[in-house]
Design a protein around this ligand. Structure first.
Ligand SMILES: *[C@@H]1O[C@H](CO)[C@@H](O)[C@H](O)[C@H]1NC(C)=O
Ligand SMILES: *[C@@H]1O[C@H](CO)[C@@H](O)[C@H](O)[C@H]1NC(C)=O
Ligand SMILES: *[C@@H]1O[C@H](CO)[C@@H](O)[C@H](O)[C@H]1NC(C)=O
Ligand SMILES: *[C@@H]1O[C@H](CO)[C@@H](O)[C@H](O)[C@H]1NC(C)=O
Length: 967
C-alpha cells in the first residue's frame, strides 16, 4: 500500500484523549523535567506529515488496525538516503518540461568530471527528455540521430570546452534576494538559536534578479542554505536556477525530500537526501549574545533532545516490528526534532559554517558524541591549519567549502589563506569553492575556482571544486556534476578553457533547455583554449602553515647602493604624460633562455637606467660590476603599479573589529558635529587616520597594487578628503608613504532612507554655491573653482543625471569647469553620452556590477548577456573610466579585475587601456597630480602582469630608491 498522508485519518489523536495529554504536557513543562516524549506527543498534533496510530478502542491491547502502516513507517526509519538503485535507468527526467526540443551538440571538448576530473574527450552530446542521452561521435547520419527525423536542434560547438553546469554548495539566492528590499532577507530567523525545523524553501523568492545573472555565469544548481545567525538555522534545499513553467519555488527544487509536503509515495524506496545548516562561532554568538561555550551547549542540548526522540522511535519500532503491541501507545512523533533525528540517522547533509580551529574542534567533538556525519565545513578559514582535526570528524571526512581570497573581514577569517585549497587537497581533503551568494555574486563562482587554481589547487580539482565535488557533497552526484549518459542535461559551452580568467558561457543548458537567448561572446585567442599556466607557490604555501596563517608580508628592500638587472624581460610598459605606453617589447621570435635573449632592464636608485636588448644595455660590461643583483623574469614584464580605490584600505585592518579600524566620521548633514571640530562645516582628512601595514594593504602591494586612494569612512552624505598612499609603507614617516596628502573632496548621494535625495542635492548645491563657511567653505570653494575634484558616490542614473545638471548650473555661475567624478556608477552606462559631454568620469565600484539595491538595479551585465560591459559602454562614448572595489581584501585582485575587463572586451580594451583603468585613470579621476617617473613599477616572472600565470617578484620604487623583492 502507499504511504500517503492523505490516505490516513486527518487527526493523529482522537479528540477524547487530547485534553488529557495536553495537561500532562503542561505539567511536565512546568516541572521542567526532561519532557521530550511529552513534547513530542504534543507537537504531533500540529504535524500534518506523518500520522499516528489510531486505536479502535483505548483498552484493547492488541494489534492496531493500521499496524501495517506503522510497521511500514518503522521500516522507513532504517532506509538509507540516496537515489533508488534503478535511478540510472530513467529515460525521462522528473524535471523534463514538455516541448523541450532534443539537441545534438557537435564537436565539443568535453570535461566529463570523471576519473577525478582528469577525463577530457572530444565528441558530441545528444540531450533529450532533460537527460544526456548519448556521448561520443554521433554522426548526423547515424541511426540514433536519424531516429529523430530531423526533430533535432544541432549546435556546432566548434571545439569549444563543455562542462557540466556549475554547482554552488553555498548560496542564499532567493532567500537573501536582490535587489535588497524589505523582506529580502529570509535567510535568518531570530527566534532562537536552535531551529532545525525551519526550511529555506519557505522563503524562496522566485523573483530574485540574480537567477538569470548566475545562469549567465554557468551556474545551474545551488544549495540554498539558511543564514548563519543560528547554531541550527534550518533545512536547506537544492535548487536549479532556471525558470519553471509552474513558476513556484517547489518546482525549482532538485529531488526535494518528500517532507516538503509529507507525501511519501513509496516506503520501500530510499529517502531523498535532506540538507541542514549549522553555524558556530561569531555569527550565532553575536546574534544571541552567546559565547562559544553557549553555542556548543545549545547544540549539545538540541542533539540530546533529538537523540531521545530517536531512541523513543527506535524502541517503539523495535517492538512494533516484533509484533509486540501490548501497551505500545502511539508512534512517538517529534515534529520539531524530526529533521535533527534524520541527521542522527545519517540521512541529512549537514553543512556547517565554522571558521576557526576552536570552532571546528567543537563541531568535530559534537559529531563524534552524537555520531552524525558532516557533509562540509563552510568558510573554515583555519581548516588548512588543522587537516587532521577535520579527518577526525565522525564518518566520512567533511569537505571544506572556501572562498578564494575573500578573507580577514573578521577575526575568524583573519588567518584565511589563498593557499588553503592547495594545502587541503594535498592532505586529501575534498575542496569546494562557494559563493555564499549574494555575499559574492555566484555568477562568478568559477572565478573562485580559477583563483584557487592560480594559487596551486590542481586543475582537475579546481574544476571539480565547483562542479563534480560540490554535486557529490550535496548528495546529487548521481544526476548532476558529470557528463555521463543518463545524467541531467545541465551543461555549459564555454568561450575558453573554463579555468582561463574571464571564461564566459556561450550557452547554458538546464534540464536540456537552452538558457541564453543570444550569447554575446567574442572570439578569444587560441592560448585561452589551453589549460592556463600558473606560477609555483609551493614556498608561500609552506610558509603560511609554518607561520600559523600569518606569514610576514614585508618585502625585502635591496640596498640603495646596489643596482638590479632584470633578465629575460619580454615587455616594459610605463606611464608617460600622454598615458600608458609600452616602451620595450622583445623581438618577435626571441626566446627566453640562459643567454637572456629577451630584454634586459637595469635599475639604479629605484629608476630604470636602461631597458632594451643585451647590447643596448651593455650586459657584458655590467657583468663586471660587483654591485648588481640579477633577477631572471623568465619572459616576464615590467609595468606600472596599480592603484586601488573604493575600499577603506589603510583605514582598517579587520572590518568587523572596531578596535582595528579608524571608524566612521560624523555626517555634517545629519549629525550634530562637535564645535571643537568646527561644527557642521568640519572636514576631515583620511590621511590623519591612516594605519599602515594591514595585511590587506601589504598583500595588495605584493600583488602589484602599489598604492591606494582612500576617502574617510562615511555612513552618509558627507565624506571628507581622500589621501593617496603607498600600500607597502610601514609608517607614515617613511619616505614615499604618503604620495598626496589631500586628493579630492568626497560625498555620497544615495538612497539611505533619510534625508531625501532632494535634501542631499540641496545641501550639495548650497556647498557648491559657496555658501558654507569654515573648512567646508574652503574646500568646496576649491571644488567650485575647479582646483580640486568633487567625487560623488552615486549609483542611480537619475541621481547621476541630477548631478550633471547641478554641475552645469554652477559652471554657468562661476564660468569655471568643475571636476566631477562619479563612483559606484552601476547605472552610469545609461548616461554614457551625457557624462562624456559633461566631462564627468566614472569609477565603477564594484567593477562587475550587481543589482544589490534598487538604485543600482539597471546594470549592464556584459557578456554573454550584453555585447558590452559598463566599462566598454562608457569608454565608447569617451568617458574616462576606472575601476575600484568595496572591501579591503579585494584590493589585491585589481590585476585580475582589469585583465578580465580587457579579456571580456575581446581586444577592444587594449593592454594599455587596461593599465590605465587600473592606475592612471584612477589617479586622474581622484585628483592625484604626480610625476609619472615617480610611479612604482612591478616586475613579474613568467608572464605579463595582466596574465593570470605571472607572479610578482619585485616592486621598483623610485620614491624609496629601492627595488623591493617580493619573491
Ligand atoms: C585526484 O587528483 C589529485 C590532484 O591531481 C591527486 O592528488 C589525487 O591523488 C587524485 N585522487 C585519485 C583518487 O586519483
Ligand atoms: C509533493 O512533493 C513531491 C516532491 O517532493 C512532488 O513530487 C509531489 O508531486 C508533491 N505532491 C503534491 C500532492 O503536491
Ligand atoms: C649561450 O650560453 C652558453 C652558456 O651559458 C654558451 O655556451 C653558448 O655559447 C651561448 N650561446 C650563444 C648563442 O651565445
Ligand atoms: C558589439 O559591439 C561592437 C562595438 O563595441 C560592435 O562592433 C559589434 O558589432 C557588436 N557585436 C554585436 C554582436 O552586436
Amino acid at each position: 500500500m502507499k504511504w500517503e498522508s492523505d490516505s490516513l485519518p486527518s487527526t493523529s489523536l482522537s479528540t477524547s484523549t487530547r485534553p488529557r495529554r495536553s495537561k500532562t504536557m503542561q505539567r511536565l513543562l512546568f516541572l521542567g523535567g526532561l519532557s521530550v516524549v511529552a513534547l513530542v506527543l504534543c507537537y504531533s498534533r500540529l504535524y500534518d506529515g506523518f500520522q499516528s496510530t489510531v486505536f479502535h478502542h483505548k483498552h484493547h491491547h492488541h494489534k492496531p488496525q493500521n499496524a501495517h502502516e506503522i510497521t511500514a513507517r518503522c521500516r522507513q526509519l532504517r532506509t538509507r538516503a540516496g537515489p533508488p538503485d534503478d535511478f540510472g535507468r530513467r529515460s525521462t527526467s522528473d524535471r523534463f518540461e514538455e516541448g523541450t526540443r532534443p539537441v545534438l551538440i557537435k564537436n565539443a571538448k568535453i570535461w566529463t568530471g570523471k576519473r577525478n576530473g582528469t577525463e577530457v574527450i572530444d565528441g558530441d552530446i545528444l540531450i533529450d527528455k532533460g537527460l544526456i542521452e548519448s556521448i561520443g561521435h554521433l554522426d548526423v547520419t547515424s541511426d540514433l540521430v536519424a531516429s529523430y527525423n530531423g526533430r533535432l536542434d544541432v549546435v556546432d560547438a566548434k571545439g569549444a570546452w563543455l562542462t557540466p553546469g556549475i554547482v554552488d554548495i553555498h548560496s542564499h539566492l532567493g532567500v537573501f534576494s536582490s535587489p535588497e528590499l524589505s523582506g529580502s532577507d529570509d535567510s535568518n530567523s531570530l527566534k532562537g538559536t536552535i531551529e532545525p525545523w525551519l526550511r529555506s524553501l519557505d522563503g524562496l523568492n522566485t523573483h530574485d534578479e540574480a537567477y538569470p545573472l548566475s545562469i549567465a555565469g554557468g551556474v545551474t544548481t545551488a544549495l540554498i542554505l539558511p543564514g548563519s545567525a543560528n547554531a541550527i538555522g534550518g533545512q536547506a534545499y537544492v535548487m536549479k536556477l532556471r525558470e519553471t513553467s509552474e513558476r513556484s519555488p517547489s518546482s525549482m527544487l532538485l529531488e526535494p525530500p518528500y517532507h516538503i509536503n509529507a507525501s511519501f509515495p513509496n516506503p520501500n524506496l530510499p529517502r531523498r537526501w535532506r540538507h541542514m545548516k549549522h553555524a558556530c562561532g561569531e555569527n550565532p554568538g553575536s546574534v544571541y549574545s552567546d559565547t562559544r561555550m553557549d553555542t556548543i551547549w545549545a547544540l549539545r542540548e538540541a542533539y540530546t533532545a533529538a537523540k531521545k526522540a530517536k531512541d523513543d522511535q527506535d524502541n517503539f519500532c523495535s517492538r512494533a516490528l516484533s509484533d509486540d503491541w501490548k501497551d505500545l501507545g502511539v508512534f512517538p512523533e517529534a515534529l520539531k526534532w524530526e529533521a535533527l533525528v534524520d541527521v542522527l540517522r545519517g540521512r541529512v547533509k549537514v553543512n556547517i559554517h565554522c571558521y576557526e580551529a576552536v570552532d571546528l574542534d567543537g563541531l568535530v567533538r559534537l559529531s563524534n558524541e552524537f555520531k552524525f556525519p558532516i557533509a562540509a565545513f563552510h568558510h573554515a578559514s583555519e581548516a588548512y591549519l588543522v587537516p587532521d582535526l577535520i579527518k577526525r570528524a565522525y564518518g566520512k571526512t567533511p569537505a571544506v567549502a572556501l572562498f578564494a581570497t575573500n578573507s580577514r573581514y573578521k577575526r575568524e577569517a583573519y588567518r584565511s589563506s589563498e593557499f588553503a585549497p592547495k594545502i587541503l587537497a594535498e592532505h586529501g581533503l575534498t575542496v569546494l569553492m562557494k559563493s555564499d551568494h549574494p555575499i559574492m555574486d555566484s555568477r562568478h563562482l568559477l572565478y573562485e575556482a580559477q583563483q584557487a587554481f592560480y594559487y596551486g589547487l590542481p586543475c582537475n580539482l579546481a574544476l571539480a571544486s565547483v562542479i563534480t565535488n560540490s554535486a557529490e557533497v550535496m548528495g546529487m552526484g548521481h544526476r548532476i556534476g558529470y557528463i555521463k549518459e543518463g545524467y541531467d542535461a545541465d551543461l555549459v559551452i564555454w568561450d575558453s578553457h573554463p579555468l582561463a580568467l574571464g571564461a564566459t558561457p556561450k550557452q547554458v543548458f538546464i534540464d536540456g533547455i537552452p538558457q541564453l537567448g543570444r550569447a554575446f561572446v567574442t572570439k578569444k585567442p587560441d592560448n585561452f583554449q589551453k589549460i592556463p599556466r600558473v606560477p609555483n607557490f609551493r614556498k608561500e604555501a609552506e610558509r603560511v602553515v609554518a607561520y600559523d596563517g600569518l606569514p610576514p608580508l614585508e618585502v625585502k628592500k635591496t640596498p640603495i647602493e646596489k643596482a638590479t638587472v632584470f633578465l629575460n624581460v619580454k615587455t616594459v610598459t610605463r606611464r608617460t604624460q600622454i598615458g600608458v605606453q609600452t616602451s620595450f617589447t622583445a623581438q618577435p621570435g626571441a626566446v627566453e633562455g640562459p643567454n637572456n635573449s629577451l630584454g634586459v632592464v637595469l635599475v639604479e636608485k629605484g629608476r630604470i637606467a636602461c631597458a632594451g636588448d643585451q647590447a643596448t644595455c651593455g650586459l657584458h660590461t655590467l657583468r663586471e660590476r660587483k654591485d648588481i643583483e640579477y633577477v631572471d623574469l623568465e619572459g616576464g614584464s615590467i609595468a606600472p603599479g596599480l592603484v586601488t580605490f573604493g575600499s577603506p584600505v589603510g583605514l582598517e585592518q579587520i572590518n568587523e573589529e572596531p578596535s582595528t579600524n579608524d571608524g566612521a566620521i560624523y555626517d555634517s548633514l545629519t549629525d550634530s558635529v562637535p564645535a571643537l571640530l568646527g561644527g557642521n562645516t568640519a572636514v576631515v582628512r583620511a590621511s590623519d587616520g591612516l594605519d599602515f601595514g594591514s595585511r590587506d594593504a601589504l598583500l595588495a602591494y605584493r600583488f602589484g597594487v602599489t598604492s591606494a586612494i582612500t576617502a574617510p569612512k562615511s555612513k552618509g552624505f558627507f565624506g571628507g578628503l581622500g589621501v593617496h598612499f603607498s600600500t607597502g609603507a610601514s609608517s607614515r614617516l617613511e619616505g614615499g608613504a604618503i604620495i598626496q596628502d589631500i586628493t579630492a573632496v568626497h560625498v555620497a548621494v544615495r538612497h539611505f532612507g533619510k534625508p531625501s535625495i532632494s535634501t542631499q542635492i540641496a545641501a550639495l548645491r548650497r556647498l557648491l554655491q559657496g555658501k558654507a563657511d569654515g573648512a567646508a567653505g574652503h574646500y568646496f570653494g576649491l571644488v567650485r573653482t575647479g582646483q580640486i575634484p568633487l567625487v560623488i558616490e552615486a549609483h542611480s542614473a537619475d541621481i547621476i543625471a541630477t548631478l550633471v545638471i547641478l554641475k552645469k548650473e554652477i559652471e554657468v555661475d562661476t564660468r569655471k569647469l568643475i571636476k566631477m567624478t562619479i563612483t559606484g556608477g552601476a547605472e552610469a552606462h545609461l548616461l554614457a553620452a551625457e557624462l562624456a559631454e559633461a566631462g564627468v568620469g566614472v569609477i565603477l565600484v564594484p567593477s562587475r556590477s550587481f543589482p544589490y539595491t534598487w538604485e543600482n538595479r539597471r546594470i549592464l551585465p556584459g557578456p554573454p548577456l550584453t555585447n558590452q560591459s559598463s566599462i566598454e559602454a562608457l569608454m565608447d562614448h569617451g568617458v574616462v573610466v576606472a575601476i575600484g572595489c568595496q572591501e579591503i581584501w579585494e584590493a589585491r585582485n585589481l590585476p585580475f579585475d582589469v585583465a578580465w575587463a580587457a579579456i571580456e572586451s575581446g581586444g577592444r580594451i587594449t593592454r594599455e587601456d587596461a593599465f590605465a583603468i587600473g592606475s592612471w585613470n584612477v589617479e586622474r579621476l581622484l585628483g592625484v597630480e604626480r610625476d609619472h617617473e615617480s610611479v612604482d613599477l612591478v616586475a613579474t616572472r613568467g608572464g605579463d602582469f595582466l596574465d593570470s600565470h605571472a607572479k610578482v617578484v619585485a616592486i621598483i620604487s623610485p620614491d624609496s630608491q629601492t627595488v623591493n623583492m617580493v619573491d
